[in-house]
Design a protein around this ligand. Structure first.
Ligand code: SF4
Length: 237
């Protein structure tokens, strides 16, 4: 494992510091002061549980950190935890996770030998009075994605994947910038600088798009996801 990217010393972590004396750490919009300099996945997960790098931790139940094989050849990145992930504290445990596992398996990538995470580690939602207590997913802003970036940088440095699979537009914007378009860039092997590392990436739709598709279109949407994952599988050689 390589060292994590340079960041503030552990002793500075509680400073909340970038917003100045007395400022809340959330106002600085960066997770960087919370990311430990050393330690493996367990240390990262422990530290992320107390992250206050942006305001999203206030309403969510818990941090949902990445999970899986830290020697995985494939690292998959989604948008943010959903309702089920927020409740269970694990990424991709809901219906979209089951679609993803099936597609990975069919593409020839063992889901058990991947590392899965999200660009943003807290669930962002609103409560629509018309839906009672139901929490309605809200996409994170570029500022929130950027705030959470240091966790993703630490995960990439830890896993050192051979291929990164970008699941959906939000993850693509978090990694590749606001001009990313999944419709234009999906299904091709790209090589880009991400958090100081040169990564090979394949973009595709988020698996929840399969669930949202009309019944008549669902097979075709799933087929597109599978075809893109097959590109990632072939890139592994
Ligand atoms: S979303 Fe990311 S940066 Fe914001 S509080 Fe959660 S873990 Fe920290």
């Amino acid at each position: 494992m390589r060292g994590y990217p340079p960041r503030m010393a552990d002793g500075d972590k509680t400073a909340g510091a970038r917003g100045g004396a007395g400022a809340e750490p959330e106002e600085a919009y960066t997770a960087e002061p919370f990311v430990p300099r050393r330690g493996g996945l367990a240390a990262l997960r422990r530290a992320a549980a107390g992250c206050r790098g942006c305001p999203l931790h206030r309403d969510a139940t818990r941090t949902v950190f990445g999970e899986g094989d830290t020697s995985a050849r494939v690292l998959l990145i989604g948008e943010q935890p959903g309702d089920q992930e927020d409740r269970q504290g694990k990424p991709f445990v809901g219906p979209a996770g089951r679609v993803l596992d099936r597609a990975l398996d069919e593409a020839g990538i063992d889901p058990g030998q991947t590392y899965v995470t999200n660009a943003v580690k807290h669930f962002k939602f609103s409560r629509d009075p018309a839906h009672g207590k139901r929490r309605i997913h809200k996409p994170p802003t570029l500022r929130e994605m950027s705030a959470c970036g240091p966790w993703l940088a630490a995960e990439l440095a830890l896993v050192e994947p051979e291929v990164v699979v970008v699941l959906g537009a939000t993850a693509g914007k978090a990694l590749l910038g606001s001009s990313f378009r999944v419709t234009r860039q999906r299904g091709a092997l790209m090589e880009e600088d991400v958090h100081g590392r040169t990564e090979r990436l394949v973009a595709t739709i988020h698996p929840s798009a399969v669930l949202r598709a009309d019944k008549d279109d669902r097979d075709a949407v799933y087929g597109g996801l599978l075809a893109d994952l097959e590109v990632a599988a072939r890139a592994l050689g």
